[in-house]
Ligand binder design. Structure first.
Ligand code: GLV
Ligand code: MN
Ligand code: MN
Ligand code: MN
Length: 398
């Protein structure tokens, strides 16, 4: 089966008619369907499938063991996301295994395809949750207590999906098997369009994090409350949104976004009692926290002016990552020196990179758009990516 053929098989799973694109969130019905589909496909290729303590699925080609060559990505999406972010790396891995197997290759090293849980943080708020738990880069109790929009905790969701919540946490034994990790991913900007190339090797991931700003005011009647009598948390929230753009524009190469803002209770004729907004801030190097401090100062002043309060909570943060030099050089050599690309997107490979040599391959996205239904990859490029992945996996595992 080709990578495009495999993608087509899951093309109807988790479509979101309201937002467009796909909404597939950790352990929800569509994501569970994709997990089952992956396991079935992997078993069909003769791989042995198991799920770790943290909800990551591993499909082993031959017996598990140390110094394993591991490749994969994720099957969850952002709300209303595209078809490629995540699944492309998973289907390309399956296609690469089939291709290598059919030409008679058998890995000399342990070899696994992995599907990481909750990469987007779309349900529980922390991106790359499965790989952070595997590597112990998030506290297990914090992870267990993360809540989705309905108040369900990660521990409860895990229990409902058949995992023991008590076992959620660092998994040094499993991590100790990983010798090298490789993730293929659709490109999320226009780097490869500009370079005129179908595939690139990843170079760096910029530092990034998420902060929650909770504004508290006085819920009240939209008609009966005079303007002078209001403590409307929407005002400091709005001032914060505009400050995010203004302040980020003054920091070289910064990206800062408010993509989610929730007024409670959320009625047209109701002054909100609280407004929560989430800041996604990313600056190369060490400048992200300082930018967030500047934004926080504006939020505090605006809250005070309106008679409101604001609480700022850091939900996640990751430093800059440079992918392993030797692996990058090897990948480039084996693939005929494709271009190297930095990215502003976060990935499980960047979490793993703190522990094992890790690398990435990107596949051209002709729209340059991602985290949107318009994300795309031409099937020729998809196949070029899967072929490149097979080439490097063969080299790494022989
Ligand atoms: C995940 O895709 C992210 O970079 O937000
Ligand atoms: Mn994504
Ligand atoms: Mn992704
Ligand atoms: Mn990502």
């Amino acid at each position: 089966m080709t990578a495009s053929g495999l993608l087509a098989e899951i093309g109807d799973v988790g479509r979101d008619p309201k937002r467009g694109g796909y909404s597939r969130h950790a352990f929800d019905a569509p994501e569970n369907d994709l997990r089952a589909w992956f396991s079935e496909r992997a078993l069909g290729l003769g791989l042995d499938v198991d799920t770790d303590h943290n909800g990551n699925i591993w499909a082993w080609w031959g017996p598990p063991g140390p110094d394993a060559v591991v490749t994969g990505s994720h099957l969850d999406s952002v709300p209303g996301g595209g078809a490629f972010d995540g699944p492309l790396g998973v289907v390309s891995a399956l296609a690469a295994v089939e291709n290598l197997r059919d030409k008679g290759f058998r890995p000399a090293k342990p070899f696994a395809v992995v599907v990481f849980a909750e990469e987007e943080g779309g349900r529980f708020g922390v991106p790359c949750l499965g790989s952070r738990l595997l590597t112990g880069t998030i506290d297990a109790d914090k992870a267990r207590g993360l809540r989705d929009a309905d108040g369900v905790t990660f521990a409860e969701a895990a229990a409902r999906s058949g995992f023991d919540p008590a076992l959620i946490g660092p998994d040094p034994e499993r991590l100790g098997l990983v010798g090298k990790f490789l993730e293929l991913h659709v490109e999320q900007g226009r780097g490869l369009i500009d370079l005129g190339a179908p595939v690139a090797v990843g170079s760096t991931v910029i530092a990034h994090g998420r902060w929650r700003f909770s504004f508290e005011g006085q819920g009240n009647h939209a008609g009966a409350t005079l303007l002078a009598d209001r403590a409307d948390p929407m005002l400091p929230a709005a001032a914060t949104v505009t400050a995010v753009r203004r302040l980020a524009a003054g920091v070289p190469d910064a990206r800062a976004t408010v993509g989610r803002l929730v007024p409670t209770p959320g009625g047209t004729n109701v002054i909100a009692s609280t407004v929560d907004l989430w800041l996604d801030a990313r600056v190369p190097g060490t400048a992200t926290p300082a930018l967030v401090e500047d934004i926080t100062r504006v939020a505090e002043a605006a809250a005070k002016e309106e008679g409101c309060r604001v609480t700022v909570t850091r939900e996640s943060y990751s430093d800059d990552v440079v992918f392993d030099d030797t692996l990058r050089r090897d990948l480039g050599g084996w693939l005929g020196t494709p271009p190297e690309l930095p990215t502003g997107a976060g990935h499980d490979a960047a979490i793993l990179a703190g522990f094992v040599p890790a690398g990435m391959l990107y596949v051209r996205n002709p729209t340059g758009i991602s985290h949107s239904p318009e994300e795309f990859a031409e099937s020729d490029d998809v196949e070029a990516g899967a072929a490149a992945l097979a080439t490097v996996l063969e080299r790494l595992a022989r």
